[in-house]
Design a protein around this ligand. Structure first.
Ligand code: B12
Ligand code: SF4
Ligand code: SF4
Length: 355
């Protein structure tokens, strides 16, 4: 009966992927511990601080009562993004950014969706407590989704659903309700495949389902404040914010994406020269705007996490890798810059090399 009530509420949100599970110590907590102990988290120190809370999810209190279960949802962001593209994002619309980041920042709209879900749950269960999380909380989300039967953890470390692939975000509602598991644990359908491992330009993945964040383009372009070494950054290609390579090559996503692409011819730029001009314009805008302007303009987008100096660093790397000679004089303005001087020298060297 209880399960049916929950199902009905979730179905009213037209979600493609959901499940629930009693809260217990995560299945993969020892792997998480090994990961942080071997410093694969780079400078993301909050992941070390989160360890104790992630280990005992029931202790995350809800108005002083203990949480017993979690409802886990997955919301797809490709081929179609659930949130509209913002006017501000047009500023970066010809640059290669992660698919999840196109559209308003999910930390707002997914949180809002989870709050709407909580409002409905409260009406149905007025004596129970609920709290929601997505991304930044001390919750081992992929493990929780695994436990709730949403899919399996692939060799690219992403949570993959057999019907929907892995291009979806996770969010959870913790509750005092006692919910039994509604889905069995998914099998692992990676088999002998190692396409993602081979496709990763920086060798951040290995056969053991490990991702070394200190080699991952997503980490370097979104999280880290440092400048990646020469060998690493020369592998970033045109990626300016995040990376989807190990997901785009995955057979569980590829077929769906190719089908979607077939249906929308618009996704291929029909005028390549015009496209390149726009790219140059956007990169120039990043380099010539003040950090404050970048932060203000991109405030409600996912790019806000890198807006300012980090985005300029990323732009200098892309300009070098793509050899955009038209921006040589703009790049030269960074010579002598407190933080970006060495990188600017590297970019200028690449721009002055013959093709
Ligand atoms: C830190 C972080 C990152 C870091 C590190 C990612 C990583 N793989 O560790 C960086 C910045 C690199 C990153 C990148 C991305 N991220 Co991120 N990230 C997180 C965050 C905040 C914590 C993840 C974490 O704890 N990592 C530590 C590792 C050890 O844990 P894990 O990633 O959960 O991996 C588990 C498996 O690897 C498994 N495991 C380990 N060894 C083994 C061995 C075997 C045999 C098996 C089966 C499993 C297994 O155990 C681990 C622990 O449960 C979560 C949100 C959250 N609160 O959980 C989002 C999250 C994982 N990220 C997400 C997304 C969307 C991305 C990007 C796609 C964004 C982008 N386009 O750039 C990329 C994907 C890169 C990739 N291949 O993972 C989504 C993933 C959704 C999904 N379907 O899987 C999450 C859940 C955010 C959300 N709420 O939707 N991310
Ligand atoms: S997100 Fe990119 S850099 Fe990171 S593991 Fe996947 S392919 Fe490699
Ligand atoms: S590319 Fe292959 S090995 Fe990698 S996650 Fe997909 S199915 Fe698994």
């Amino acid at each position: 009966m209880l399960q049916l009530q929950i199902s009905k509420i979730l179905n009213s949100f037209a979600l493609d992927i959901f499940g629930w599970t009693p809260l217990q110590q995560p299945i993969t907590i020892s792997l998480y511990k090994d990961w942080i102990d071997s410093k694969k988290n780079g400078s993301m120190n909050y992941l070390v601080d989160h360890y104790e809370k992630k280990k005992n999810p029931n202790n995350l209190s809800l108005d002083s009562r203990k949480a017993n279960s979690a409802i886990v949802i997955g919301v797809k962001y490709a081929p179609v993004h659930p949130a509209p593209f913002t006017v501000e994002q047009n500023k970066l619309s010809h640059l290669n950014t992660a698919l999840y980041s196109r559209g308003q920042d999910y930390h707002f709209w997914l949180k809002e969706l989870l709050n709407q879900l909580i409002n409905k749950l409260r009406l149905e269960f007025p004596d129970e407590d609920f709290v929601s999380w997505t991304d930044s909380g001390p919750v081992l989300e992929r493990d929780l989704a695994l436990r709730a039967g949403l899919g399996w953890i692939g060799k690219n470390t992403c949570l993959i659903n057999k019907n929907e692939g892995s291009l979806f975000l996770l969010g959870e509602v913790f509750t005092t309700l006692n919910l039994e598991n509604n889905n069995p644990l998914s099998g692992n359908f990676c088999g002998d495949c190692d396409i993602c491992i081979k496709a990763c330009p920086t060798q951040a993945l290995d056969q053991n389902y490990h991702l070394d964040a200190t080699k991952c383009i997503s980490y370097w372009t979104i999280e880290s404040k440092e400048t990646p070494n020469e060998q690493l950054r020369s592998q970033f290609g045109d990626l300016i914010f995040g990376c989807d390579i190990c997901q785009l090559v995955c057979p569980w996503n590829k077929k769906k994406l190719l089908n979607a692409l077939d249906q929308s011819q618009n996704s291929t730029p029909n005028n390549v020269n015009n496209y390149r001009e726009k790219q140059i314009e956007e990169l120039k805008w990043i380099l010539t705007s003040s950090n404050k302007t970048l932060q203000k303009t991109l405030a409600h987008t996912a790019y806000s996490r890198s807006a300012g100096l980090k985005l300029k660093r990323n732009a200098l790397i892309v300009i070098g890798n793509l050899k955009i000679k038209e921006l040589t004089s703009t790049v030269k303005q960074f010579l002598g810059h407190n933080e970006l001087d060495t990188l600017a020298k590297w970019t200028i060297k690449l721009l002055s090399d013959n093709p």
